[in-house]
Each structure stands twice: as structure tokens, then as C-alpha cells.
Design a protein around this ligand. Structure first.
Ligand code: UT7
Length: 339
């Protein structure tokens, strides 16, 4: 079996910044509430770029960082819950725009855990020797599925993309775990088109095929408190589990790179693990919750700042709709070329 090294990272954030005060102009909220309850100060919202546009830009930067040409890629996996289309997949559109002519391309849906799932899936192909070079991307334009009148959600979610190039190597992914709990599906959801066609007549919410628990709305609905509780339990669990049987403990880990959802979730997780909260890399104050893009954006930012160096152990960990969760223990191998 081979291993999988991250040889390049890239990110793309739309230019347009929306502050908490900006949001307080149209819903009943305040900078104080949002900052204190979430840690978010501002976020980027896309005015012109859709999910594919941002994915392509993040991908170009990751390829440049890896000094790899798109034609050399064997595989492209895009994690997104906000694709431009039901089909074709975002990954196929990215493939065409990059000119990655040899690559197999497909999307996956694991919401905020999407990057972790994508890394695992692409990693399996590389570990078995089927492919050698892969591009994985998390790209989200959540602003198009946010209810901008719902203060419970519109203060949290935002837009962005992050990408990583993976190549066959000797080290990299030390251990990983993925998990799903579909019984919590309705706690964080966004419905697609209802079951309705020439033969169904007009069907009610309860009859549309997904069960009556779902509120059929084409924007995000969330039970914030339930997701909060889930996150506070599952994050420490994933972190401890991914370390099990590896011979490493938390003190060997340089930094934990979590899905960026809420500072209070990270503080509670740090408390449960009895670690300093600075062990978590945090950038949600600037970008809000960009779902599957949040971890690769963080990794790229850390690499750019020279915060991660060859030999460092990292844990990436996430949770999200599905419900889904997962983590990887990684040995970073890439020398930063951008310090
Ligand atoms: O990627 C995963 C995505 N989801 C998450 O990570 C969400 C996890 N959950 C959370 O981050 C938190 O639950 C929230 C930030 C969503 C909410 O914070 P909370 O401390 O759990 O607030 P709460 O839901 O318990 O609500 C407390 C009060 C309520 O008012 P009442 O009923 O006490 O009068 C809410 O209506 O805060 C109110 N509230 C707000 N007030 C001002 C909720 N949102 C806002 C708001 N501004 N934006």
C-alpha cells in the first residue's frame, strides 16, 4: 500500500465582505450577539462567482502550489452541497475548465464533513495504486440557500472554496475515520425539488417521498441547539478515536484543524479534551461557516503563514449535515514555498 501526501493547497474567497452590522440592517440581531455566540465577525459573500468558478480558482492555486499541470491529474473529487446544477457534476465542469483531460471527475455530498470524505475517497484510490495524482476541492456558495430572513442561520453561513493536491507518497494519512447518522438528518437540511410530476397531482409536504419530518423549503433549516450538542460530543470523540492505536497522543499533535462553525463549539471541545483552545486553528471570525470549504481554506492559510511544516502532525476534524462526521491524523510533508 502506498500513502497519500498533500503536495499543494489553494483557496478562493469572494471579495465582498459582509459584517455583523451589515446583517443587523435586515434581521433582528447585533454584532454583540453574533460575536459572543459564534465568534464570527464577518464573512465573504459571492456576488458573481458560483460554486464552479470558486472551485476552479482554488484548484488553480493548489496546482500551482504543487507545481503540477492539470493534465497530470488522474482524479478530481469535489465536495459540495451547493452545486451549480443537479448535473453535470461540479467536478466535471472543473475538469473541463482546468483542462484535466485524463482525470475521472465526480462530486460527493457530505456537507461540512465533505473535505474529510473527499480526502478519504481520493486517498483510497491512491493507496491502492489505481491513481497517483488527485485534486480534491470543497466549494460552497451557501448564500444562495440561506434564508436571509432567518437570523438563526443567515449569520452563520458563507461562501468560499479550498483545494488540495494529493500525490502518492510514503507518509501522510496516518489514520482516519468517517461516520454517518442519518437518524439526525432533519436537524440540518435543505430540500431539493419536491416529488411532483404530470402523474402526482399536487402533493403535500408529507407525501413527497422524504417523510413528513422534513420541512420542504429550498433553503437551509437547522435546529441549532441540537447541532451544537452533536458537535460538542462528536468532535472530541473523533479526535480521540483517530489517535487510537497510532502510538501518538494529543501532545504530539501540533494543531487541530476543525470545521469552522462556532467558536463556542471549539471551546467546549477543548474543555472536554482538557487541552488549550489554541490547539484549534480558528479563522471563522473572518469567513463564517463555509461548510466543506472551511478545512481546506484553513490548511491553505496555515501553509501560507508557515504555521505547518514538514514532520508536523495535524488532525483535521469535522461534522455536519447528514449527519456526518470524520477525522484524519496527518503527517504534513509539504515544505511551504510561500512564507
Ligand atoms: O456546520 C454545521 C452548521 N451548524 C452549526 O454549527 C450550528 C450549531 N449551533 C450553533 O452554533 C448555535 O446553536 C447557534 C449560533 C445557531 C445559536 O446559538 P445558541 O446560543 O444555541 O442560541 P439559541 O438557539 O439557544 O437561542 C437563544 C436566543 C433565542 O431567543 P429566545 O428564544 O431565548 O428569546 C434565539 O431566538 O437567541 C436568539 N437568537 C438570536 N438573537 C440575536 C438566535 N439567533 C440570533 C441572532 N441574533 N442571530
Amino acid at each position: 500500500m502506498y500513502n497519500v501526501e498533500i503536495t499543494g493547497t489553494g483557496r478562493y474567497l469572494p471579495d465582498f465582505r459582509v459584517s455583523n452590522d451589515d446583517i443587523a440592517q435586515f434581521v433582528d440581531t447585533s454584532d454583540v450577539w453574533i460575536s459572543e455566540r459564534t465568534g464570527i465577525k464577518e464573512r465573504r459573500i459571492s456576488i458573481r462567482e458560483n460554486t464552479t468558478d470558486m472551485a476552479v480558482e482554488a484548484a488553480r492555486r493548489a496546482l500551482q502550489d504543487a507545481e503540477l499541470r492539470a493534465e497530470e491529474l488522474d482524479l478530481i473529487v469535489v465536495a459540495t452541497v451547493t452545486p451549480d446544477n443537479f448535473f453535470p457534476s461540479t467536478a466535471c465542469l472543473v475538469q473541463a475548465r482546468l483542462g484535466a483531460t485524463r482525470a475521472v471527475a465526480f462530486d460527493i455530498s457530505a456537507a461540512c464533513t465533505g473535505f474529510i470524505f473527499a480526502l478519504s475517497i481520493a486517498g483510497q484510490f491512491i493507496k491502492t495504486g489505481q491513481y497517483q495524482k488527485a485534486l480534491i476541492i470543497g466549494s460552497e456558495v451557501l448564500s444562495k440557500i440561506v434564508d436571509w430572513q432567518d437570523r438563526n442561520t443567515c449569520v452563520l453561513f458563507a461562501d468560499g472554496a479550498g483545494a488540495a493536491v494529493l500525490e502518492r507518497g510514503k507518509q501522510g494519512i496516518i489514520s482516519e475515520l468517517l461516520g454517518s447518522d442519518g437518524t439526525g438528518a432533519e436537524k440540518l437540511a435543505c430540500s431539493a425539488v419536491p416529488l411532483q410530476n404530470k402523474f402526482t397531482g399536487t402533493c403535500s409536504d408529507a407525501e413527497n417521498g422524504s417523510g413528513s419530518k422534513f420541512i420542504r423549503r429550498d433553503y437551509i433549516t437547522m435546529n441549532g441547539r441540537e447541532i451544537f450538542k452533536f458537535a460538542v460530543n462528536i468532535m472530541p470523540e473523533c479526535i480521540l478515536q483517530v489517535l487510537e492505536n497510532t502510538g501518538y497522543s494529543l501532545k504530539d499533535v501540533k494543531q487541530i484543524v476543525p470545521h469552522q462553525a462556532n467558536i463556542r463549539i471549539l471551546e467546549a471541545a477543548a474543555k472536554k479534551l482538557a487541552i488549550n483552545k489554541d490547539k484549534f486553528y480558528v479563522n471563522l471570525g473572518h469567513y463564517g461557516n463555509t461548510s466543506g470549504a472551511s478545512i481546506p481554506i484553513a490548511l491553505d492559510e496555515m501553509a501560507e503563514k508557515g504555521l505547518i511544516n514538514p514532520g508536523d502532525l495535524l488532525i483535521i476534524v469535522g461534522f455536519g449535515a447528514g449527519l456526518t462526521y470524520g477525522a484524519q491524523l496527518l503527517r504534513w510533508t509539504k515544505e511551504s514555498s510561500r512564507k
